[in-house]
Write a protein that binds this ligand. Structure first.
Ligand code: AMP
Ligand code: FE
Ligand code: FE
Ligand code: ZN
Length: 278
C-alpha cells in the first residue's frame, strides 16, 4: 500500500483557518497517512496537533520560514528541527513580530486613504500574513474574495498597500535549520503566480548551503516548471516533495492535493536530529 503523505499545511497558528487539533483529524479523514504542519514562522501549533493525533496518522512537525534571496521573498520549509534551539527560535520570533507590525501598517495605509478598514479584525494571536489583511478588506466591502486582495491595487506583491516583510537571508536560514537538526526544503520554488521567483543559480547556492530538497508538486507549479525542478533536483542530488499547501477556507485547495513519495519522507526523517516524526 502506498502511503499518502502531504508535507505542507497551515493551521490557524498562521494564515490557515483550521485549528491544529482539527487539522490532524481532517487530514486523517481525507485519507492521509502522514501530514506535516508547517505554519509560517511558528511552531505554536505543534503541541495541539500532536495531542490530537488520530490513530493511523503520523505527524511531521515543521514550519515555513519567510526568507529572501536576490531581493525576492521566498519560503523555506523546515522539518523536524529542535524548536528550543535559540538562534533559530529567536529569528522566528523576530519574523512574527515584524509580520504583526507589517499587517497593522498595511491596514493603517488603507485607513489613511479613507478606506473603512478595522484593524481590530486582525487576530490577536498567531503569525499574521496577508490573508488576514485580505479578510479585513473583505469585511470592509472592498473586495469579495481573498484572491481579489492579492492584486496591484490592494496587497499583491509590490501593490499599492503592500508592505514588505523583514526578511531572513535564505542561506543563513538553511544553515540555522541544519544547526537546529532540521531538514530544509525550498517551498514552491517556481510559484510565479505570486511574483518573481529566484534563479537556478540561487537554488544551486542553496543546495551548497545544505538544502535537502525542492517542493516540486505544488498547485502553483505548471507541468513545465515541475519537469524543470525535477531535473534540477537530480542534478543537485536534492529530494523532491509534493503537498497541498492547505490553508483551510483561506485558499481553495484540499488536503492531499499533491503528495510526497515515501522514499523522500524517509530521507527527511533520516537526516533530521531535532525532533521525531510522531
Ligand atoms: P505574506 O507571507 O504575509 O506575504 O502572505 C503570503 C501568503 O498569502 C501566502 O503564504 C499564501 O498563504 C497567501 N497567498 C499568496 N498569494 C495568494 C493568492 N493569490 N490568493 C490567496 N492567497 C494567497
Ligand atoms: Fe500562507
Ligand atoms: Fe509558501
Ligand atoms: Zn505554505
Amino acid at each position: 500500500m502506498t502511503l499518502r503523505i502531504d508535507l505542507h499545511t497551515h493551521s490557524n497558528a498562521s494564515d490557515g483557518t483550521t485549528p491544529p487539533a482539527d487539522l490532524v483529524v481532517e487530514a486523517r479523514a481525507a485519507g492521509l497517512d502522514v501530514v506535516a504542519l508547517t505554519d509560517h514562522d511558528t511552531t505554536a501549533g505543534w503541541d495541539a496537533a500532536a495531542n490530537a493525533l488520530p490513530a493511523g496518522l503520523r505527524l511531521v512537525r515543521g514550519a515555513e520560514i519567510s526568507c529572501v534571496a536576490e531581493g525576492i521573498s521566498l519560503h523555506l520549509l523546515a522539518y523536524l528541527f529542535d524548536p528550543t534551539y535559540a538562534p533559530l527560535a529567536d529569528r522566528l520570533t523576530a519574523l512574527r513580530d515584524s509580520r504583526r507590525a507589517r499587517a497593522q501598517q498595511m491596514v493603517a495605509l488603507l485607513a489613511a486613504d479613507g478606506h473603512p478598514v478595522d484593524a481590530d479584525l486582525l487576530p490577536a494571536e498567531g503569525t499574521l500574513g496577508r490573508p488576514h489583511v485580505a479578510n479585513v478588506l473583505i469585511a470592509a466591502g472592498l473586495v469579495t474574495t481573498i484572491k481579489q486582495a492579492f492584486t496591484p491595487e490592494w496587497i499583491g506583491s509590490h501593490g499599492q498597500y503592500w508592505v514588505p516583510k523583514v526578511d531572513f537571508p535564505v542561506l543563513e536560514a538553511i544553515a540555522l535549520v541544519r544547526a537546529a537538526g532540521g531538514v530544509p526544503v525550498f517551498a514552491h520554488p517556481a510559484a510565479t503566480v505570486r511574483g518573481k521567483t529566484v534563479s537556478d543559480d540561487t537554488i544551486r547556492a542553496m543546495a551548497s548551503a545544505g538544502l535537502a530538497g525542492l517542493e516540486v508538486d505544488h498547485v502553483d507549479h505548471t507541468d513545465e516548471a515541475r519537469a524543470h525542478l525535477r531535473e534540477l533536483a537530480s542534478e543537485l542530488d536534492l529530494l523532491t516533495t509534493g503537498s497541498s499547501d492547505f490553508h483551510g477556507t483561506n485558499k481553495d485547495i484540499a488536503l492531499g492535493t499533491n503528495l510526497t513519495a515515501e522514499a523522500a519522507l524517509e530521507q527527511i526523517a533520516t537526516q533530521a536530529t531535532g525532533v521525531e516524526v510522531l
